[in-house]
Design a protein around this ligand. Structure first.
Ligand code: BG6
Ligand code: MG
Length: 219
């Protein structure tokens, strides 16, 4: 029986990938190179430090750990500035309705995000109150595809992975959910999320009944 849902934030609840891209690109440009939106796809679900390392490798730039820390902090300042203007209108279509339905059904709700900015974003879009537990990048030591973020979420909800569905837009996030024994729903393109138990284009017109009907789980 499904008793809980854990949501990734970036790309599932809000489209913050565009702000991450803007801020990282500004940093890359300052360092004298550029990278594409296609390359940016590879940063989804990847932690701040790991993202920086990938971007530096694309630009063929080497930096010391101290310099990397400074660059990551600089990017984050720009990112924080961008998200400080977010409003509830930026919640992706159907998300709020789906969360409302989960509440009515008595399903527990957690956030499982690599972002250290996740609590601030939930505040900006006025969704904090929906979450029974919030696991963000300050609470984890291992990155997706390690299942730690979702395990901590399930623990906080008092649930087993087999009772919990993870919603993710990143292939690595689906890997993390599957590695932890969770039900995995990909939000986006089946071309790169096909390993999930179910893939949906988004939450518009998606319902809890449709979720249960699509998963081979005992009710
Ligand atoms: C993930 C995003 O949710 O959080 C990544 O998909 C991002 O792109 C990561 O790098 C870390 O975010 P932050 O806000 O801690 O820099
Ligand atoms: Mg994501």
């Amino acid at each position: 029986m499904i008793k809980g849902c854990i949501f990734d934030l970036d790309g599932v609840i809000v489209d913050t990938a565009k702000y991450h891209f803007q801020a990282w690109r500004r940093l890359a440009n300052e360092l004298g190179f550029d990278f594409t939106e296609e390359e940016n796809e590879k940063l989804k679900g990847v932690s701040r430090v790991e993202s920086l390392k990938l971007i530096l490798s694309w630009g063929g730039v080497e930096k010391s750990p101290e310099e990397q820390a400074e660059l990551a902090a600089r990017k984050n300042e720009w990112y924080v500035e961008l998200i400080s203007n977010m409003t509830p209108e930026e919640i992706l279509p159907g998300v709020k309705e789906f969360l409302d339905e989960l509440k009515l059904e008595g399903i527990k709700i957690a956030l499982g995000s690599a972002s250290k900015n996740a609590p601030a974003i939930l505040e900006r879009v006025e969704l904090t109150a929906y979450f029974d537990a919030i696991i963000d990048g300050t609470k984890t030591t291992r990155s997706k595809p390690d299942p730690q973020v979702f395990q901590l979420g399930a623990e906080a909800l008092g649930l087993q992975p087999s009772e919990t569905v993870v919603f993710e837009d990143a292939p690595k996030g689906i890997d993390a959910a599957l590695n932890g024994g969770f039900w995995a729903v990909g939000v986006g393109d089946p071309a790169n999320l096909g390993h999930a138990h179910l893939v949906i284009p988004g939450f518009k017109d998606f319902t809890f009944d449709k979720l249960i009907a699509a998963l081979p789980v005992k009710s």
